[in-house]
Design a protein around this ligand. Structure first.
Ligand code: GDP
Ligand code: IMO
Ligand code: MG
Length: 414
């Protein structure tokens, strides 16, 4: 069986923790989009592993991790990420196969992002400009550094497109830097280039694949809150174009944070600016894993989860950070919106509408007991069980996993 773990909100739902937990049951763990704008955290005892480019399954020695052609790579950051794992886990990592068609984040992408990304509140990692070059048919892929004899000319020609930045760019230096770094990456014992589509196709009959989404549904370039989105497809469809795995049944699990957060600009109907918002931010340590920026916080919004269910055909939910709600007297969950006096249950596609909706809230009683050590659903306080059951009723999805703390073991399985 093949599984996909997909963010349902605006990212940072705790995908890393769920992928890490599930990795043991799968042979292949595959990233299919995004780059080092992602920050997926795994916590093992007192050790924290923030992963940006590398699939979260890397901490499971006998697995194979793949980076599909839909992922974009900054080689220097990628190498640093690998080296930081060396220091902490040595050779005890999964094998890593990188698709040669994966595009590279080049210095001009980061420069361009720093000039134009402010309005969106991007991570500044060059993500949008890199995908622009890919679509514009002038991008540079990791395989070009191995197979393309005209790579230097190709760099020079793409720089030509960036006339306004040209003074800051030197094709020869960039070629040397990238070539050295990519050689260092590919020389590593457990890392190689390989066509990920071919690999997954050969193996999928008797092996299990776990697809690891980065970002989330509302950051999808088409289905998200455009233009306040990233430039890839975190949703189910992104798997097929980001790996070459032929469309077929993949069981999708949506990761839902028990409240909502967002980093960067754009509308956020259930956002809180009061002491509850402060409680969520402080208790939940809501600071970006990649940029360290404070995350905006608000109540859970079920219109978003129903939308994510439709777009990616979710079959279940992994609910994370339920423990962060402990201590709040009253909990609110948005079940729909009012727009121009009318009740709407569907997610408004245009941000002009989303900016003007009023959330319709359902209120529930909170709980005070510490739930971070609880291992079974039945042992949760009655109010916490009600919260979970309410989500199931309103979304029509079973909540299969419940996170009660950051640690791998702090997960209730149902
Ligand atoms: P991702 O981008 O979706 O992988 O999520 P991040 O790693 O950026 O952010 C989620 C944060 O919440 C990380 O610091 C996780 O360690 C932490 N986390 C995940 N699940 C839980 C949970 O159930 N409870 C608590 N308290 N923290 C969690
Ligand atoms: P993970 O995988 C949260 C947001 C940025 C910005 C917008 C566009 O950790 O959930 P970009 O640099 O991608 O062009 O920025 O998308 N963003 C994320 N927010 N989690 C992420 O990844 C994100 N990746 C991008 O903050 O608003
Ligand atoms: Mg994150």
């Amino acid at each position: 069986m093949n599984f996909a773990i997909i963010g349902t909100q605006w990212g940072d739902e705790g995908k890393g923790k769920i992928v890490d937990y599930l990795s043991e049951k799968f042979d292949y763990i595959v990233r299919y989009q995004g780059g080092n704008n992602a920050g997926h955290t795994v916590v093992l005892g007192d050790q924290k592993f923030p992963l940006h480019h590398i699939p979260t399954g890397i901490l499971h020695k006998n697995k194979i991790c793949c980076i599909g052609c839909g992922v974009i790579l900054n080689p220097k950051v990628f190498l640093e990420e690998l080296q930081s794992l060396d220091k902490r886990v040595g050779n005890n990592t999964a094998r890593l196969i990188i698709d040669p068609k994966a595009h590279l984040i080049m210095p001009w992408h980061i420069l361009r992002d720093s000039l134009t990304g402010g309005k969106i509140g991007t991570t500044g990692r060059g993500i949008g400009p890199c995908y622009e070059d890919a679509i514009g048919r002038r991008g540079i892929r990791i395989g070009d550094f191995v197979y393309n004899r005209n790579i230097k000319k190709q760099i020079q020609s793409t720089i030509g497109y960036y006339a306004d930045l040209a003074k800051k760019l030197n094709a020869q230096t960039i070629y040397k830097d990238y070539s050295t770094t990519i050689k260092a990456i590919l020389k590593r014992p457990r890392v190689s280039l390989g066509d990920v589509g071919v690999l997954l196709d050969e193996k999928q009959k008797n092996r299990n694949i776990l697809f690891e989404g980065a970002q989330a549904t509302l950051l999808d370039i088409y289905f998200g809150t455009y233009p306040f989105v990233t430039s890839s497809h975190p949703t189910l469809g992104g798997i097929y174009i980001g790996t070459g795995f032929a469309p077929q049944n993949i069981k999708t699990v949506g990761v839902v944070k028990a409240y909502t957060t967002r980093v960067g600009e754009g509308p956020f109907p259930t956002e809180l600016h009061d002491k509850v918002g402060k409680h969520l931010a402080e208790k939940g340590h809501e600071f970006g894993t990649t940029t360290g920026r404070p995350r905006r916080c608000g109540w859970l919004d079920l219109t978003i989860i129903r939308y994510a269910k439709r777009i990616s055909g979710l079959s279940g939910i992994a609910l994370t950070k339920l423990d962060i709600l402990t201590g709040l007297t009253t909990l609110k969950v948005a079940v729909g919106y009012k727009l121009k006096g009318k009740v709407i249950k569907d997610f408004p596609v245009f941000v002009y509408d989303l900016e003007r909706v009023q959330s319709i809230y359902h209120e529930m009683e909170g709980w005070n007991d510490d739930i971070t050590g609880i291992k079974s659903f039945n042992n949760l306080p009655k109010q916490a069980k009600n919260y979970v059951k309410f989500i199931e009723k309103e979304t029509g999805l079973p909540v299969k996993y419940i996170g009660v703390g950051p640690e791998r073991s702090q997960l209730i399985i149902r």
